[in-house]
Design a binder for this molecule. Structure first.
Ligand code: GTP
Length: 363
């Protein structure tokens, strides 16, 4: 079976970090997101080939992955313009060769049992089966109503609080029969969730399978930090790359993951839930918690970073504070004593000389 991985989105909610890399290459515990997906698919016996549907920053994905990884063949379906979550399925129809196939969003992290999903799909005989997952709050997703035979009867997009038919949501993983292609228009952008699945549900040809295990989608910065924390915790990581120079007085609170050539000065406290990329330099008396620090970042003495993401080669000078879902773009420089709080995004290469205490995008 081939698995089509949707990997061409802009990742707008993760801008400015997604301005210079596709979401699939964002590091999670210092490994690109796409690696988790491919590794999981390689463990599913019936999947031998992954088709990556690419558009935004396609070349960096092709360069990173090449023709094979984890013993999976990798093919690329390149779009000339964005086709959404449904158009790429239609576009890849020749590659799918008239066989049953799997489709998944490339921006999820999960340990679902794909084999059970495939077996359930075969047993039910629908045109498509959607993997469903339980969430405590379905209001930011689309909630699903099932009948007693597992057929999906209704979708409610972003239900109001208390009005969701269930706590089950579309997990972004599907098993599909080639007939699905008849339901997807030939040209242009199609949102499969709202333009294709409701039609199939109306015709009683769509099933939902409640999958168990962990599941996260990475849309917002908080999701990304949550996914990083979850992967660090799951693997109980406290891993250090090559050639670290860490002062003996540094306190490391598990779980954390450090890349190669990381330097940390005296009396700094790192963790929990921190990933630090290659070549990162951290001065004395720094505090880093629940954050992702990309490669080549410099954090000078007495600075603190909490629930934030620091892009590649960004620089925090002395006594800087970055907090609360803030994103610092690649090569940005935050000057001495500046505080940045509350979902502030700083564009790449910007220099910030004054504190920003309200949500804001600095272009
Ligand atoms: P936002 O822009 O922040 O919403 O993120 P996104 O680009 O990831 O969009 P969304 O979360 O809706 O996408 C779900 C999945 O579909 C992700 O894996 C995307 O990479 C993928 N995707 C979205 N649009 C396209 C597209 O036009 N082409 C392809 N090939 N994949 C897409």
């Amino acid at each position: 079976m081939k698995a089509l991985v949707l990997a061409g989105g802009f990742g707008t909610r993760l801008r400015p970090l997604s301005c210079s890399r596709p979401k699939m290459l964002f590091p999670i515990a210092n490994r690109p997101l796409i690696d988790y997906t491919l590794e999981a698919l390689s463990k599913e016996e019936s999947v031998d080939t992954v088709v990556l549907a690419v558009y935004y920053m396609a070349e960096s994905l092709v360069r990173y992955l090449g023709p094979t990884k984890y013993d999976l063949g990798i093919l690329y379906s390149r779009e000339q313009r964005p086709l959404g979550t449904g158009g790429p399925v239609k576009k890849a129809k020749d590659i799918m060769n008239g066989d049953r196939f799997m489709v998944m969003n490339g921006d999820i992290l999960t340990d679902f049992d794909y084999k059970r999903l495939i077996e359930y799909h075969e047993e039910k005989g629908g045109v498509a089966t959607i993997a469903l997952t339980q969430v405590s709050d379905p209001t930011r997703y689309g909630s699903v109503e099932l009948d007693w035979e597992g057929r999906i009867t209704r979708f409610v997009e972003k239900p109001e609080y208390g009005k969701a038919p269930s706590n089950l949501i579309n997990a972004g993983i599907y098993i599909m029969e080639p007939e699905i292609l008849d339901y997807i228009p030939d040209e242009g952008k199609v949102r499969i969730e709202t333009e294709v699945f409701p039609k199939l549900a109306e015709e009683n040809k769509l099933y939902g399978f409640e999958s168990h295990g962990f599941w996260m989608d990475i849309g917002e910065p908080q999701d990304y930090l949550g996914a990083n924390a979850m992967m660090l915790t799951k693997n109980n990581l406290n891993k250090c790359g090559e050639s670290p120079e860490i002062d003996p007085s540094v306190v490391i609170r598990k779980p954390c993951n450090f890349g190669d050539n990381v330097r940390i000065g005296a009396d700094s406290i790192i963790g929990p839930n921190v990933s630090i990329g290659n070549g990162v330099q951290i001065g004395k008396g720094c505090r880093i918690e629940n954050s992702v620090v990309f490669d080549g970042v410099t954090i000078e003495d007495y600075s603190s970073v909490k629930s934030a993401i620091l892009g590649e080669n960004s620089v925090l000078e002395r006594w800087v504070k970055v907090e609360s879902g803030s994103l610092i773009g690649d090569y940005a420089q935050i000057k001495d004593g500046v505080t940045i709080t509350e979902r502030v995004s700083i564009c790449p290469s910007k220099t910030i000389e004054e504190s920003i205490l309200v949500p804001k995008q600095v272009m």
